[in-house]
Design a binder for this molecule. Structure first.
Ligand code: DAH
Length: 348
């Protein structure tokens, strides 16, 4: 026997003492006046540092022959005490339920539902319409390198288009993408024609905020490449989309423009549905809202990604999601989207 181990005689003492503990416990449970009391007794005896639990640690000091005996006693006492606690708890709960009056006519608690931000809703709708037209939805990184954001889009260093888009540059030659057009390049590099894709996402420009500008905004890029696509396909696609989103009365107009990666290029406008073309703050009195640019993919871009410009033609476009959401929901200032004022957001 190891020094410090208890003899069997000592174990008998222990068992007797456990009986005493049980009596004290039963007395205390009997005197409980409510659930709180019961819980206090439970903690006192049965919690990790409780009177009974503490005795389990004595097991290690008992001789191996006597250990099963004491162990059995402790376990049976623990289940007896737990049983008593449960019985007392049930008793008090029953009493409480008998006294408590439940008024079933009281109104329930109002659940606060989360909702989608108007930009997310607009993006969902745009994706849905183009998916039904056979376009895939692609993604690209928001932190781009110079090659994809500019170079591959035919915007070399020193090109005035780089100043046109005041960019947020990061260390190491990275830039927060100023447009979703780099996704066109990434997709063409990794897939062969025919291509029909859209790429929704966030873009960044150093714009001073006003009613129609904000340094962060969303675009949806579109690209189709096949053997004989024409400008008519571009117009048809954009116009089918606009009528689907806004209804058959929506009018679309294309104006000649210039983008380094499309030839010919255009900008396109949607008629202002806020004022029905009469002129308001949102359309700056013109009756039209500038949505973004479009055009036929420049053969130089095809060459860079390894497509044969003799064989393939393509059309591409960008669209400003905030502009579309403003039209759709009759919002006259882009800044509302980013202020997170609940009075605004909860209307969506
Ligand atoms: N990326 C252009 C911009 O942000 C918009 C654009 C113009 C996209 C022409 C295109 C395009 O795909 O073909 O201003």
């Amino acid at each position: 026997m190891n020094p410090g181990q208890m003899t069997e005689f000592a174990v008998d003492d222990q068992i007797e003492e456990l009986q005493g503990l049980k009596q004290e416990f039963l007395e205390e449970v009997k005197n409980c006046a409510d659930l709180k009391d019961v819980d206090r007794v439970r903690t006192k005896y049965l919690s990790k540092k409780g009177l009974l639990q503490k005795r389990f640690s004595l097991l290690g000091q008992v001789s191996p022959d006597a250990r099963p005996l004491l162990g059995k006693e402790l376990n049976s006492l623990r289940s007896e005490l737990s049983h008593q606690i449960q019985a007392a708890t049930d008793r008090f709960q029953k009493v409480r339920m008998q006294h408590e009056k439940i008024d079933l006519t009281l109104p329930g608690f109002q659940q606060k539902w989360g909702r989608k931000h108007p930009i997310t809703k607009t993006l969902d709708e745009i994706k849905d319409i183009f998916s039904r037209m056979g376009f895939t939805v692609e993604e690209g990184p928001e932190i781009e390198n110079d090659y994809y954001n500019f170079e591959a889009l035919n915007i070399p260093e020193g090109h005035p288009a780089r100043e046109m888009q005041d960019s947020f540059y990061l260390a190491g030659g990275w830039v927060l993408r100023t447009q979703t057009s780099p996704v066109q390049i990434r997709v063409m590099e990794s897939q062969s024609p025919p291509i029909r894709m859209i790429a929704p996402g966030r873009c960044y420009r150093k714009d001073t905020p006003d009613a129609t500008h904000f340094p962060v905004f969303h675009q949806v890029e579109g690209l189709a490449v096949d053997t004989d696509l024409t400008f008519a396909d571009l117009k048809g696609t954009i116009s089918a989309f606009a009528k689907r989103l806004f209804g058959p009365d929506m009018r679309i107009r294309f104006r000649p423009s210039y983008f380094p990666f499309t030839e010919p290029s255009a900008e396109y406008d949607f008629s202002c549905i806020i004022c029905k073309g009469k002129g308001c703050k949102a359309c700056k009195g013109s009756g039209w809202l500038d949505i973004a640019g479009a055009g036929m993919v420049d053969p130089e871009v095809f060459k860079d990604v390894g497509y044969d410009p003799e064989k393939y033609t393509g059309f591409a476009w960008g669209m400003g999601v905030e502009r579309i959401a403003m039209l759709k929901y009759g919002i006259s200032d882009i800044r509302y989207f980013y202020e997170n004022d609940l009075r605004f957001i909860e209307q969506s």
